[in-house]
Design a protein. Sequence first.
Length: 214
Amino acid sequence: MQKIKKEKSSLMLIGVLILILGGLFYFNYDKKQKGFLQINSLDETLTVYIDNVKEDSKNNINPEFKIKKGIHSVIVHKEGYWPWTKEVQILGETTLELNPFFIPQNTSGFMIGKTDPEYWDIWSLFQKDLISADALSTISTIEIKDQITAVDFYKNRTDVVLMSLADGVYALGVDYQTEQNLQPIYKGKNPTFVKKNDDSIYIMDNGNLMEVSY
């Protein structure tokens, strides 16, 4: 009888060890199959969609999401702004940080007439070289480069540029590891621009001078 009890105890102990080891294996395996996606933003009003499904985060600031490794589509939505989209690759046990930018769907601006005391000072800015060599070097598509009439960095970012080509002024994401974002700021005829500051640009289009906020 005592021998049978010892055998049962040994079997129970082995069973418990198997369960523990199995649990540890599953935990480690599951951990390696998932990674983290973090949206770097202090804006608490953002809505995040991963693979077209709205996702919630415990953090309103710099929201973070735990998702399976692999390729995923990400859309970051801000009311009144163009959606920011990326296709990303998530690796196991790592955190991928994204830095979205947002351009208003309805940018505001005003005309600057020749009677404005600052008109000719602003006009003179357009007589200079409007191509930032550093910003231009971040664009690898030759077809785009050949059409650009002005280019500079967006705000204080080096992964986003402002550029004018054809009939518009745009903000362009230049992170070529993922899908680019091209967001319109202004549509006209043949505009060029000069940055005023991180909030607005001067645009010259068809002889008309204006200031546009973005």
